[in-house]
Write a protein of this length. Structure first.
Length: 138
């Protein structure tokens, strides 16, 4: 069974014949099947790069879904997903990163904590257990 891609309802579409050089700011969900060079940003939005999409940009969004080619940086507040035949080259930063078999990622990755949990230290299950045990000893 193929995993369903959560892309919500697409509010903006850049077709395969379109080419944009500059800054794109949007709300909702944007799908890119053409070429984009520059910046893509949204406060709370989702960018979907389709299989034919080629993006050379700095991307700052809530969710990034890559099925085409992205070269540049991605800063996603929620998650980054790469599906085959997606190719991602560059530095990425997000609390959740998912790369399906067949997807390609070359670059640096920082899995920063979600801003909703800011101020709370992120503890992995083993560390949570160790922290609880040390409190019991006190």
């Amino acid at each position: 069974m193929k995993k369903e891609k959560n892309t919500d309802r697409i509010s903006t579409f850049i077709g395969a014949d379109a080419s944009i050089d500059g800054a794109i700011e949007f709300k909702g969900t944007i799908r890119v099947d053409g070429r984009v060079k520059g910046t893509i940003s949204s406060n709370g939005g989702t960018v979907v790069v389709g299989e034919k999409g080629i993006v050379n940009a700095e991307i700052s969004v809530n969710v990034a879904v890559v099925m085409g080619e992205v070269n540049g940086t991605i800063d996603a507040k929620e998650r980054i997903e790469v599906y085959p035949p997606g190719r991602l080259g560059g530095d990425i930063q997000s609390p959740i990163v998912s790369i399906e078999p067949g997807g390609i990622f070359n670059g640096n990755c920082v899995m920063k904590p979600n801003t909703a949990s800011a101020g709370k230290p992120t503890l992995f299950p083993k560390r949570q257990l160790e922290a609880a045990e040390s409190k019991e000893k006190e």
